[in-house]
Design a protein around this ligand. Sequence first.
Ligand code: PEP
Ligand code: MN
Length: 353
Amino acid sequence: MKLESILLPGISPERPIIISGPCSAETEEQVMKTAKELAERNIKIFRAGIWKPRTKPGGFEGIGVKGLQWLKQVKEETGMYVATEVATAQHTYEALKAGIDMLWIGARTTANPFAVQEIADALKGVNIPVFIKNPVNPDLELWIGAIERVYNAGITKIAGIHRGFSSFDKTIYRNLPNWHIPIELRRRIPDLPLFSDPSHIGGKRELIASLSQQAMDLNFDGLIIESHCNPDEAWSDASQQVTPQVLEYILSLLVIREEIQSTESLSILRKQIDECDNELMQILSKRMRVCREIGVYKKEHNITVLQSGRYNEILEKRGEQGQACQMDSEFVKNIFQAIHEESVRQQIEIINQ
Ligand code: PEP
Ligand code: MN
């Protein structure tokens, strides 16, 4: 891929490049107030969703085309570039007609090749920056597929946005970061600028600072962070938005390290270790949840907690697997013994409730 810079005139390439603004454009006053507060803090790219794909009906689905006029006003009054999400060809035509500077394709849309193709076709002949969020599911090929569809339509100013991946199990994140996926994307398309979206990954404003730092330590180019003049009253994603003032504070905390520093590779490796440990914890908690369900079943059917045949089978099978994966089989057995012990403890608790 021969990509061109997404940096429009006046935007500094210095990391992190910041895009900020509300999840949704709600009213003219909210858009203008938020935009002015951001412009005062030297933010150059303003985001606001006009069409909001909501998981369930009944939520605020966006203000629609009338919000495009507010974005135009932001451009005129603050000089910021403006960006919005498009999910259909119609959205794309409307946004282009209104002179929106940059577009992004949302996670639910990236997961749908027909929708992405429709947007790509609508973009033919207009080479404006297009940001492509990862699909909701952890599928790198689908993400790359969307990037290729847009690229094949002649758009060369493309960036990726890492916004995390949905999961059935409850975790501290709204969307699991699975950092290895954007890391692999960078390996596959080294010239693609990468943004992180700590607002949608974390789902809570308290997590934005640490997620942003992680993204910087993994050498992301930019951050897209939701901000709102009155976050608690936001019509969508209230808990993850911050005021422009708090955004400024979060950004002031960031430590930006250079990749050439010799300690960097170590810190990247440690981040990967942290990520693995987080995943281990998530898997463990999922396993324990299933064990508790088994506990309930055993109680209802009057079955003993300990089924020694099953226990031996687990230890043997995992021990062999461990050896095949360059681990000592005793080490693997010890781990599974400890896990099993905790499962038994939890089941006994349930049975005696
Ligand atoms: C958004 O950016 O407000 C949005 C809807 O994000 P995502 O597509 O990542 O859910
Ligand atoms: Mn949002």
